[in-house]
Design a protein around this ligand. Structure first.
Ligand SMILES: Cc1cc2nc3c(=O)[nH]c(=O)nc-3n(C[C@H](O)[C@H](O)[C@H](O)COP(=O)(O)O)c2cc1C
Length: 172
């Protein structure tokens, strides 16, 4: 049986859900990571920044935009040291301005992906998988990057079956 790991970033707090601002107790991507774990078995590693992003949605979009312009690498509370124990690594995150938050890249740059299977998972509000797959090809040198899964944030609560289906097909 394959050994699966989900590395994810997910932001709690105010978010846009189908055109409305809502306060989320649990981020969309975190829910998707849990669906994958329930479907096929996986360890979860949550990327958390030392300095939290603003809970206010609009402010957060500004901070994220600037980070992307600066190609920033925010400091993380904890870094995963290696992925030696795993065959399949899912990289799950929200779409922030067309790709993963810079915090995700801050972790990916510390890992050796040679010989691993990597799967992009992106939650979004319209951009779909965006640049998730092409960016993982850049950041996960030597990995085989599989099919991406894109889930619209607003639909996450109703998407457990679709996520499980994708996981069972891809994380074998
Ligand atoms: C800073 C920021 C930037 C975003 N940029 C995009 C975007 O470019 N395209 C898109 O479809 N959704 C965008 N969104 C919406 C999120 O991708 C979406 O709500 C996602 O499901 C949030 O996941 P999370 O709850 O796990 O953090 C953005 C949200 C934030 C907070």
């Amino acid at each position: 049986m394959s050994r699966n790991l989900v590395i994810y970033y997910s932001r709690k707090g105010q978010n846009y859900v189908a055109g409305e601002l809502k306060d989320l107790e649990k981020g969309n991507t975190e829910l998707v990571a849990e669906y994958i774990q329930a479907a096929v078995g996986a360890d979860l590693f949550e990327i958390e920044t030392v300095e939290e992003y603003p809970a206010d949605y609009m402010k957060c979009t500004e901070v994220a935009r600037q980070e992307q312009r600066d190609n920033a690498r925010p400091k993380l509370k904890e870094y995963l040291r290696d992925i030696d124990d795993y065959d399949n690594i899912v990289i799950a995150g929200p779409c922030w301005w067309g790709t993963y938050p810079c915090a995700v890249f801050a972790q990916l740059e510390k890992l050796n992906f040679r010989g691993k299977n990597v799967f992009p998972v992106m939650t979004h509000e319209g951009s779909g998988e965006a640049k998730s797959r092409s960016d993982l090809k850049k950041f996960c040198t030597g990995a085989k990057v599989g099919k991406a899964l894109a889930v619209q944030g607003a639909l996450v609560p109703k998407s457990e079956e679709a996520v499980a289906k994708w996981a069972m097909k891809n994380l074998k």
